[in-house]
Design a protein around this ligand. Structure first.
Ligand SMILES: *Cc1c(COP(=O)(O)O)cnc(C)c1O
Length: 362
């Protein structure tokens, strides 16, 4: 069976060289006599694997020394709770700002509210069905907020920030799950960034948290597993980390480096997204619901002129080896996720298929 072009939003396509290497090392990693999955996380062989992944993250994302990198479990979703737990010293007396740009932002907002803190909406684009990112001028920030939370790429609605909000010294917190590693980000402008791995970084099961050191230890009495400081003090080895997911993360980072790093990825992602958006915009059969200034380079939603053709589109696309193109269940239509590991040929094949489908059914 041949590999397909997988446009899944996550878990998503991985680079084939990464899968091949994992296959080759499945039974025995190096000269260890065992699979990575069977190693003690405290063994020398495994310490080298996690150390390599950490070092590559720091190198590729240019993470300054005054930031900790944590490899945690629980997905980006657990961060929705851990962030307010850790960054507030006294939730009952504090206030935080959230910018609502889609479903994940709403979920982060909802979890923060459960922490007993006042949660303000600094801006929302819900009125336009999250079709664009609010501008800096539209943000009404509270100068006393403990932090400001944004979602840098909205996986479901297909929008992305092309500016870093200015928060005048208040820590900026960003969910970068679906565009981490897709373009350079100025880490020093943020207090904390977090990403579940299964979009651009590797398999599900590991979550990357990048946090400025001075933000650690604000809150005492947290359960140990939910305390960033505990994980930082233990180099993400407080308990057994997701060892195999971290190993694959390391391979993906190595592959990214070999491709030329994050800047090269950005150039490729710009080309891929431009091709797909042009195909949509140059046709009257396909439509994109998002505003051009906010369009995501990672997740491209589009609809057909006649929604009754959706099922046929998906079935014929599958025949052509193009899979997982259905839009999120909350939005409908189609969505093509074109993360770093989606080759340019995959986007070209999709564009060709779309033109042919329009010719036949349009
Ligand atoms: C996928 C996704 C999440 C949820 O990630 P989990 O690891 O499943 O918890 C959160 N935020 C964004 C932006 C996502 O794309």
């Amino acid at each position: 069976m041949a590999r397909v072009f997988n446009f899944s939003a996550g878990p998503a396509v991985l680079p084939v060289p990464v899968l091949q290497r994992a296959r080759d090392e499945m039974i025995e990693h190096g000269n260890s006599g065992m699979s990575v999955m069977e190693m003690s996380h405290r063994s020398k062989a495994y310490m080298a694997i996690i150390g390599n992944a950490m070092a590559l993250l720091r190198e590729l994302l240019e993470i300054p020394d005054d930031y900790e990198v944590l490899l945690l479990q629980g997905g980006a979703s657990l961060q929705f709770s851990m962030i307010p737990m850790n960054l507030l010293s006294d939730p009952g007396k504090q206030s935080v700002d959230y910018v609502l740009t889609g479903s994940w932002a709403e979920k982060a907002y909802g979890e923060a509210k459960k922490q007993g803190v006042e949660v303000r909406i600094a801006a929302t684009s819900k009125a336009v069905n999250y079709s664009r990112i609010p501008t800096q001028a539209e943000l009404t920030l509270n100068p006393d907020a403990a932090y400001v939370h944004i979602t840098s790429n909205n996986t479901i609605f297909g929008t992305e920030y092309y500016y870093t909000p200015e928060t005048n010294g208040i820590p900026l917190v960003a969910d970068i799950s679906s565009n981490v590693l897709s373009r350079p980000m100025e880490i020093s402008k943020y207090g904390l960034l977090y990403a579940g791995a299964q979009k651009n970084l590797g398999p599900s099961g590991v979550t990357v948290v990048i946090v400025r050191k001075d933000l650690l230890g604000r809150r005492s009495g947290l359960p140990q597993m939910l305390d960033y400081k505990v994980h930082a003090e233990n180099d993400s080895m407080f308990n057994t980390p997701p060892t195999y997911a971290i190993y694959i993360l390391g391979l993906v980072l190595q592959w990214t480096k070999e491709q030329g790093g994050v800047a090269a990825m950005e150039q490729r992602n710009i080309r891929k997204a431009a091709k797909l958006y042009a195909a949509i915009d140059n046709s009257s059969f396909y439509q994109c619901p998002t505003e051009p200034v906010s369009r995501s380079r990672m997740n491209v939603p589009f609809t057909l002129a006649d929604a009754a053709l959706d099922a046929t589109f998906l079935a014929e696309a599958k025949e052509a080896g193009l899979v997982t193109l259905a839009g999120h269940r909350s939005v409908g239509g189609m969505r093509a996720s074109i993360y770093n590991a989606m080759p340019e040929e995959g986007v070209e094949a999709l564009v060709q298929f779309m033109a042919e489908f329009e010719r036949v059914h349009g």
